[in-house]
Design a protein around this ligand. Structure first.
Ligand SMILES: N[C@@H](CCC(=O)N[C@@H](CS)C(=O)NCC(=O)O)C(=O)O
Length: 244
């Protein structure tokens, strides 16, 4: 059995606030691999091998980092999603995945930590219960990380342009196709779905959300994947073996 370690359900409709956790969960669902979830909340750092979520346990083997997990699952269960891709599609998927994970992730981090709604404040299993000073320390540390990355330095207008460029590029690459690399879902769809679903369902002010919802093909893409893979136990509450 695969156990997927996550922060835990939050924001009413989210199984976990982590895009990378949802990426692995989407991969497991698309590949038809059974799994259970275990929510760790703020205690994750006590056990997470790389100090981040997600990580998995597979019959006693622990694997951390979403991409290393996907590679491990392909090794253990076969190339269920990407087996028939040619070299060009593999490269295209790689480039999309890197943009989403290494750039859109930072845009999302900035939106979440800057949002007037303070979405992380009182997030069950995450910062709920911490005092004001501790919350502000975590928030300030994340503002510092965003400044260091560079994404924290943009004006709102520059930030909006930058986000729209990425979202427009995804919409153009998807075009009229059901999935990013053709008629069937592949691992890049697991990544892109995870990020776009969380953007489109963000319970806070978000320029990325506005940009994404403006593309009918991206909305259709997210609905298509949700309908096909997430109608059964969408937040994995029935798969949960413990709560934070
Ligand atoms: N490269 C990692 C990134 C994972 C990651 O950044 N996880 C975030 C949540 S989205 C995390 O655990 N952050 C907690 C921390 O850095 O303290 C992956 O693909 O799994």
């Amino acid at each position: 059995m695969i156990t997927l370690f996550r922060f835990g359900p939050a924001w009413e409709t989210f199984g976990c606030i982590s895009q990378f956790v949802l990426k692995v969960e989407t991969y497991l669902r698309m590949a038809g691999i059974d799994f259970e979830t275990k929510s760790l909340g703020v205690t994750f750092s006590e056990t997470a091998p790389k100090g981040k979520l997600p990580y998995i346990d597979h019959d006693g083997t622990t694997v951390a980092d979403s991409s290393i997990i996907v590679a491990y699952l392909e090794d253990q269960f076969g190339m269920r999603l990407d087996g028939s891709l040619d070299a060009v599609d593999r490269a295209r998927g790689h480039v999309i995945q890197r943009m989403v994970e290494e750039h859109i992730w930072w845009l999302m981090a900035r939106e979440r930590w800057w949002a007037p709604e303070n979405p992380y404040w009182h997030t069950p299993g995450l910062l709920q219960g911490v005092d004001q000073a501790s919350y502000e320390a975590v928030r300030d540390e994340n503002h510092r990380k965003c400044q260091e990355h560079g994404v924290g330095a943009f004006t709102d207008e520059e930030f909006g342009d930058r986000g729209r460029q990425d979202i427009d590029a995804l919409a153009t690459l998807l075009g009229d196709s059901p999935y990013l690399l053709g008629d069937q879902p592949t691992s890049v769809d697991a990544t892109t779905y995870a990020f776009l679903w969380q953007i489109m369902n963000a319970p806070y002010t978000s320029q990325l959300k506005e940009a994404s919802l403006g593309h009918a093909n991206l909305v259709g893409y997210i609905d298509r994947i949700h309908e096909r893979f997430f109608t059964d136990d969408p937040r994995s509450l029935e798969r949960e073996v413990s709560s934070a």
